[in-house]
Design a protein around this ligand. Structure first.
Ligand code: HEC
Length: 104
């Protein structure tokens, strides 16, 4: 193998590593929101199960407050138990990432 080939192979590996590294560090709000879209709509435009607010109209901060509140039981209406299950495994970073994608 020529030196130039080795060099370019190494360069490719470094770039690939950088891409993989950055995606695992950053929470992907769009990907995380996929499991919510069935009830809330692709962009948060639906009234989930005839109950929720239209979440795309909420501010990012309101979405964060609501999701953290569902987690610790300080927020919600008659169906908050259902949302608690949805957010139980989300970290604060995940919640912020979802709010950034959906909220105003
Ligand atoms: C099975 C249907 C369903 C799924 C899946 C679901 N939700 Fe909900 N969501 C609801 C319902 C119903 C409510 C209203 C609950 C209540 O009574 O407080 C709600 C409420 C909310 C609210 C607060 C709006 C309000 O009415 O105050 C936010 C924000 C929200 N959901 C975001 C999400 C996110 C983000 C996900 C995915 C991690 C998700 N939901 C998954 C049904 C769902």
């Amino acid at each position: 193998m020529k030196t130039t080939t080795i060099k370019s192979t190494l360069k490719t590996l470094v770039i690939a590593g950088a891409i993989i590294g950055s995606t695992t560090l950053m929470a992907d709000g769009g990907a995380l929101y996929k499991k919510c879209a069935g009830c809330h709509g692709q962009t948060g435009e639906k009234v989930a199960l005839g109950k929720s607010k239209i979440i795309k109209d909420l501010s990012k901060a309101d979405i964060v407050t609501a999701l953290k509140g569902y987690k610790d039981g300080t927020y919600g209406g008659s169906m908050k138990g259902l949302m608690k299950g949805q957010v139980a495994k989300l970290s604060d970073t995940d919640i912020q990432a979802i709010a950034d994608v959906i909220g105003k």
